[in-house]
Design a protein around this ligand. Structure first.
Ligand code: ZN
Length: 282
């Protein structure tokens, strides 16, 4: 294994729950589109793909078969060893079992663990009550899936620390800081520095900014030693007034920015080592 200290992990967040084809006509919606998008992102330098699925009308999907088809199609690319990260928060309207079942059945290497409840996008309540988080944390441990602990505000870090103490989360943890979500902390360097500094010692972390905060937060994250997340879940614009062509376009830019800074994009195998993932073989 080469020296990993100059390696940074790029996660491609392909589709998310919120963006629409009106926001960007190049958004992937179907399992076939999402799987091909993941493959192109892997070729461009992404080590991890963060997966949500959609119904045919573009709304967030509760349909397990959509998850299954998407993951099967990604795994059918035998040359592609990208790490998979499946959301546990495809829609705020899902029941606990619908949120946890795809993780248990499809065994990705990572799954999101949103460490608290939030007034999401000023539209609805993003429910992550204690009973759900306890169930989710234990299910992930049982399946050797690393929680990607998503942080939208500082209270969520302290919730995660509580769950480390109670054994629901196991150290060392991996955190994904997401700034700029309506209802969460805004995209400022001060917020990023504050959150990074309250993470438990020994944690790995990545950060991203939503929308126009995307590039500034990526620059700050590179400077602070964090890992990166790009993709249309967080941002559909390439530049002000210009819609992105693809998720791979974002991955390519992130890889170039790393290289400009004397760093390299980690391969999936290096990402497994850096984040402490249990490799799943299919
Ligand atoms: Zn997500």
């Amino acid at each position: 294994m080469p020296d990993l200290k100059n390696k940074r992990v790029i996660t491609a967040a392909i589709t998310g729950s919120w963006p629409t084809r009106e926001d960007n006509p190049n958004l992937s919606i179907t399992p076939a589109e999402i799987a091909e998008d993941v493959y192109q992102c892997w070729k461009a330098g992404a080590a991890i793909a963060h997966i949500h699925v959609r119904n045919d009308d573009g709304t967030p999907s509760t349909d397990f078969s959509k998850y299954q088809e998407t993951i099967d199609r990604i795994r059918a690319h035998r040359d592609c060893d990208i790490c998979l990260n499946i959301t546990s928060s495809g829609s705020v309207d899902f029941g606990d079992e619908e949120r946890i079942r795809p993780l248990q059945a499809l065994l990705p290497e990572l799954a999101s663990f949103d460490a608290g409840t939030l007034n999401w996008q000023h539209r609805t309540v993003f429910m992550n009550p204690p009973a759900f988080l306890e169930k989710l944390g234990l299910a992930l441990q049982m399946c050797s899936i690393k929680p990607e602990i998503e942080i939208f505000d500082a209270g969520m870090v302290y919730n995660a620390i509580h769950y480390i103490k109670t054994g629901i989360l196991k150290s060392p943890c991996h955190f994904q800081i997401v700034l700029g979500a309506a209802g969460g902390m805004p995209c400022t360097v001060e917020n990023l520095v504050f959150l990074k500094n309250i993470l438990p010692e020994g944690s790995t972390w990545a950060a991203c900014g939503i929308g126009r905060g995307h590039l500034p937060m990526m620059m700050a994250t590179i400077a602070m030693g964090g890992h990166l997340r790009v993709g249309m879940e967080d941002n559909v614009m390439w530049l002000k007034g210009v819609k992105a062509d693809s998720n791979a376009q974002f991955v390519t830019r992130a890889k170039q920015l790393l290289e400009i800074n004397g760093l390299e994009a980690a391969t999936p195998e290096e990402a497994r080592e850096i984040y402490g993932l249990t490799r799943k073989v299919f």
